[in-house]
Design a protein around this ligand. Structure first.
Ligand code: FES
Length: 144
């Protein structure tokens, strides 16, 4: 039911850990399943993401999507990172079962939350970035 890539990123997650003095840290959760994801970003003066790490208390798919999301944002500008959707994370993992799609939403929102924190700390606005929700559970209930 899981792709090889999902299994690989679950069993050998990339970028696990914390970044001390991170440029941005974002934490989001889903009250329904109880999973929590935190993403740390190290962003240079040109707004390029030098490094990304994560800590996830959650299911296997949440671990795999955090791992892939942090891989995808590395080397990207904040604008490019903002454009990474949960679909892109899922595609990079060769798909997720339908009941696990919400886990990838957690990854998308955790990226947004860390970018939001970065913007707040630096008193800047990232075009197109809205204040992220701490709990994505409501969003999930909306129809596609
Ligand atoms: Fe909720 Fe995976 S089951 S994030």
């Amino acid at each position: 039911m899981y792709s090889e890539k999902v299994m690989d990123h679950f069993q050998n997650p990339r970028n696990v850990g914390e970044i001390e003095h991170a440029s941005g840290v974002g934490t989001v959760g889903n009250a329904k399943c109880g999973d929590i994801m935190r993403i740390y970003l190290d962003i240079d003066e040109n707004q390029v993401i030098r490094d990304a790490k994560f800590k996830t208390f959650g299911c296997g798919a949440a671990i795999a999507t955090s791992s892939m999301a942090t891989e995808l944002v590395k080397g990207k500008t904040v604008q490019e990172a903002l454009a990474i959707t949960n679909k892109a994370v899922m595609e990079a993992l060769d798909g997720l079962p339908p009941v696990k799609v919400h886990c990838s939403l957690l990854a998308e929102e955790a990226i947004h939350a860390s970018l939001w924190d970065y913007a707040q700390k630096n008193h800047i606005t990232i075009e197109g970035l809205e204040e992220p929700k701490k709990d994505i559970h409501e969003e999930e209930e909306l129809p596609e």
